[in-house]
Design a protein around this ligand. Structure first.
Ligand SMILES: NC(=O)c1ccc[n+]([C@@H]2O[C@H](COP(=O)([O-])OP(=O)(O)OC[C@H]3O[C@@H](n4cnc5c(N)ncnc54)[C@H](O)[C@@H]3O)[C@@H](O)[C@H]2O)c1
Length: 401
């Protein structure tokens, strides 16, 4: 089998602990885990490909998918397991899942169905779908009998380069995005580019936003590649033309993401480059009741953060224009009009501070493939945020002329 395999290995990090005094004895445990993020060249649903069956062999498993994924790929998944030796051990659960049902009720439903099917501590969940689906199944796996192993099969571009790659999962709570969640590494992530062909252009753009995020903050070469192909790239993904390029882009983005995660797998440090594009975006998504989807919100956030960097003199006009033009060329509308309520956006930073230990840690680009943080909220003036928003709307209007 020809494939690219990125192995994510990590050791638990030491934190500065309390000092117990001379007579105290303390033991420290070490957390050790690893999982593979596989980019398969071969069809992972081909009955001849045993990659998935090898993971499910000898145990009960429940494949959970969304209605859309079931409609598109459910038949092939059923065929795949039917041809296996232990078909009775696997069942399929199809759930209606979307941003509006990304909540604890959906997690409970998965746990309940798992119990009905008789999943035990050795069993496996297989999460097959977009980031919402893999997040809710990951969350269910982390609490089902305290922990159940699970495999991710991401079927969206966001899933393959971002949501499916790391350790985190989460659901929305009390109007706040991903407020409840856990860190629960999958046993394996199986990526297959074929799934991306059935995505519409908007979903591809959502993934491109996450790829651009890694490129802008950590990979100047990837940034140049995206920039060179910015007008055709959506079509390349949709039509399957130029597969070597899109494959290389996905692998680079996932690799950069894993590099960042390896440094800080459980987010003991809340200064994270991968938070680029994720400071104002939760507000944009929730405020518009998910009319602005995750990837698009991330793109707008990256544009605002780039504009802020320019306004405070951390990047020159050329890099500013390169980043904004690339996002506009992908087809992102950076002018969200009604969604840009500066007062509410400013206020939403309170919940960002809650998540980041009282710090703002706003990631701003400082060079191609380089970034820095505005650590304290005092480093960002409300008037700068206002101007940044006005300017990106103006940039978009000019770009459309
Ligand atoms: N856990 C993490 O680290 C992490 C990271 C990034 C994003 N996320 C989460 O991921 C979510 C966004 O994920 P997403 O962008 O994949 O959205 P999504 O899961 O809502 O999927 C988008 C749409 O595409 C459909 N779909 C899935 N696969 C398809 C395919 N192959 N062909 C056609 N349609 C398909 C889905 O049914 C859905 O309607 C957000 O909730 C975000 O919070 C999590």
């Amino acid at each position: 089998m020809t494939e690219s395999n990125i192995n994510h290995r990590s050791r638990g990090e030491a934190l500065d602990g309390p000092h117990y005094g001379e007579n105290a004895i303390s033991f420290s445990g070490r957390l050790d885990y690893s999982y593979d993020v596989l980019f398969s060249q071969e069809d992972i649903l081909s009955v001849d490909n045993s990659a998935l069956r090898d993971l499910t062999a000898g145990r009960k498993c429940m494949v959970v998918m969304s209605e859309t994924v079931d409609r598109l790929y459910g038949g092939r998944v059923r065929d795949y397991f039917r041809h296996g030796p232990e078909s009775e051990k696997c069942c399929i659960l199809t759930i209606p899942v979307g941003e509006n049902t990304k909540n604890i009720d959906t997690v409970m439903r998965i746990c309940k169905e798992g119990r009905r099917f008789g999943l035990d501590r050795r069993s496996l969940f297989v999460a097959m779908g977009g980031g919402v689906l893999t997040d809710v199944v990951g969350m269910a796996s982390s609490i089902y009998m305290r922990k159940l192993n699970y495999v991710r099969i991401p079927t969206t571009l966001v899933g393959q380069v971002d949501a499916g790659v790391g350790l985190k999962n989460g659901v929305d709570f009390d109007g706040v995005k991903n407020f409840i969640g856990s860190f629960h590494p999958p046993v394996s992530v199986l990526n297959d580019f074929r799934f991306l062909r059935t995505l519409d252009a908007e979903e591809i753009r959502n993934g491109l936003a996450e790829i651009a995020k890694m490129a802008i903050v950590a990979d100047a070469k990837l940034f140049s590649t995206l920039e060179r192909n910015s007008r055709e790239i959506v079509d390349y993904y949709k039509s399957g033309t130029n597969p070597d390029l899109t494959r290389e882009i996905n692998i680079s983005a996932a690799r950069r993401m894993l590099e960042q995660l390896q440094l800080n797998p459980f987010e003991n440090s809340l200064r994270r480059l991968v938070d680029f594009g994720h400071t104002f975006s939760p507000f944009l998504e929730m405020h518009t009741d998910h009319r602005i989807k995750h990837g698009r919100a991330v793109a707008v956030d990256m544009a605002i953060s780039t504009e802020i960097s320019y306004l405070i003199g951390r990047i020159d006009a050329r890099l500013h224009d390169r980043i904004l033009s690339m996002l506009a060329d992908f087809g992102f509308n950076l002018n969200e009009g009604g969604a840009y309520d500066v007062g509410l956006m400013w206020q939403s930073l309170d919940s960002i501070l809650l998540r980041r230990g009282g710090k703002l840690n706003l990631v701003i680009p400082t060079g191609p493939g380089k970034a820095d943080f505005l650590s304290d909220r005092s480093e960002l003036e409300r008037s700068v945020l206002r101007r940044a928003i006005e300017n990106i709307s103006g940039f978009q209007t000019a770009a459309l002329k």
